[in-house]
Design a protein around this ligand. Structure first.
Ligand code: FAD
Length: 392
């Protein structure tokens, strides 16, 4: 089996002009400076708090690099551009926390629009949503921790169920797979229950509804195996988006503060092992499990290609997808796509003020995740160098 070369920057950045490449180098140099990010993020947080307009500074820089556009329609040129390189797009309406009824209704309306939009565009293979956009976070947390709920709160959990069902029903009717993101562990117990109900209802013929498993959690590999057993007895299919998990520091702090055992693996290696074991288990049970391998980790991306080959799966088997966030790890995305695998860029969109928390997370992640920024920067600069020496 041929090995994918994730260092091929010609393929990785073929879709970027010299000017775009220079901009990316500048941006990642800034993000790489821990102190710059701290100051920048503090300024952004203050600007959000006092409603100070900062769009002029954010739009041409981090926003443009990590976000598809302000509206669903404005992302169309990007979707078409990526498709020319065999890369699909997943458009994620990036709103955080549904803390008022009006916000929840607006998010529901917009997410339904994204499902319609995806169903009419073959370059958009999945719809997606964040469950916390559809319930008051406190209620989700209490329900997740099995705390006593008031009658009003029980009503809110029912409304959440109905909203999730509305989305999944629409996805099912349009034959459009739909993924449900994972966030804090505290919310997840209840979300898992609701998502499984959706799988029971809509995954009878194939995986339409996908849950997200954060493999940095100690309990998730067993959860996957249980899910598989339940799927067999209920005779349904399951879809799983595998991620390592984005909220490690927050989870550890909370566990310590509230005095319960840390739910996150003790070491990065344990998380990596769990992630790869989950991929292996899923490929070995591909007759029932559809896989969405959401990672910027080159080893885990390559590992899935090897597993697919060992298990006789075609590179473009519809049950296996790879995905990276828009603005990150183009070397993985475009090299996998060129080799014929199913790959999608997970692309948030939305007005600047709604997307700011997402952007703050991206800059922080790129400063705190060991090596990520320097890896991106190294790839951008070596492509610049290559273009210079090879005259393109
Ligand atoms: C397409 C896509 C969709 C995503 N959707 C979600 C989502 O719905 N929910 C969500 O939570 N995240 C999501 N993420 C983010 C993801 O969870 C990771 O934070 C991010 O991708 C970095 O992990 P990695 O696998 O790419 O690579 P790596 O850089 O190899 O791994 C970094 C990750 O390893 C884990 N880790 C690091 N240090 C330690 C340690 N000391 N002990 C234990 N574990 C450690 C952490 O999870 C950390 O984020 C998504 C990512 C992608 C690409």
């Amino acid at each position: 089996m041929e090995q994918i070369n994730f260092n091929d920057t010609k393929i990785a950045f073929d879709w970027k002009t010299d000017k775009e490449l220079n901009k990316a180098v500048f941006l990642f140099k800034m993000i790489g400076k821990n102190s710059m990010v701290k100051v920048g993020n503090a300024l952004i947080n203050t600007a959000i708090a006092i409603h100070f307009p900062i769009g002029w500074a954010v739009r041409p820089t981090i926003y443009q690099h990590f976000v598809g556009g302000e509206t669903l329609e404005s992302c169309n040129p990007l979707v078409e551009k990526l498709a020319k390189f065999n890369v699909k797009t997943i458009l994620d309406y990036s709103v955080e926390g549904g803390d008022t009824e009006a916000k929840i209704d607006a998010a529901l309306k917009e997410t339904l629009r994204t499902i319609d939009n995806a169903a009419t565009n073959s370059n958009i293979p999945y719809a997606v949503f964040k469950p916390t956009a559809f319930c008051y976070p406190d209620v989700l947390r209490k329900a997740g921790r099995k705390e006593h709920l008031t009658e009003e709160e029980i009503l809110e959990t029912e409304k959440f169920r109905t909203r999730v069902k509305t989305l999944c029903q629409k996805a099912y009717d349009l034959d459009m797979p739909i993924m449900i993101d994972a966030e804090d562990v505290a919310y997840q117990n209840f979300i898992d229950i609701v998502v499984y109900e959706m799988m029971q209802e809509f995954n009878k013929e194939k995986a339409i509804v996908y849950n997200t498993l954060q493999m940095y959690r100690k309990d998730r590999l067993d959860f996957l195996k249980d899910l598989y057993q339940k799927a067999i007895s209920d005779n349904i299919f399951i879809g799983v988006k595998f991620v390592r998990g984005a909220y490690m520091e927050k989870e550890r702090e909370l566990a310590q503060k509230l005095g319960y055992p840390d739910p996150i693996h003790n070491t990065k290696l344990d998380t990596d092992d769990a992630f790869n074991a989950a991929l292996k288990f899923s490929v070995e049970h591909i007759d029932r499990i559809s896989i969405f391998n959401a990672t910027h980790n080159e080893k885990s991306s390559r590992f899935l290609t090897e597993l697919m080959s060992q298990n006789g799966l075609a590179k473009d088997d519809s049950r296996c997808f790879f995905s990276q966030l828009y603005g990150m790890s183009d070397n993985i995305t475009f090299n996998l796509a060129k080799a014929g695998y199913n790959v999608a860029k997970y692309t948030p969109y939305g007005p600047i003020k709604h997307v700011l928390p997402y952007l703050l997370r991206r800059t922080e992640e790129n400063t705190s995740v060991a090596g990520q920024t320097s890896r991106e920067l190294q790839l951008f600069t070596s492509e610049k160098q290559r273009r210079k020496t090879e005259n393109k």
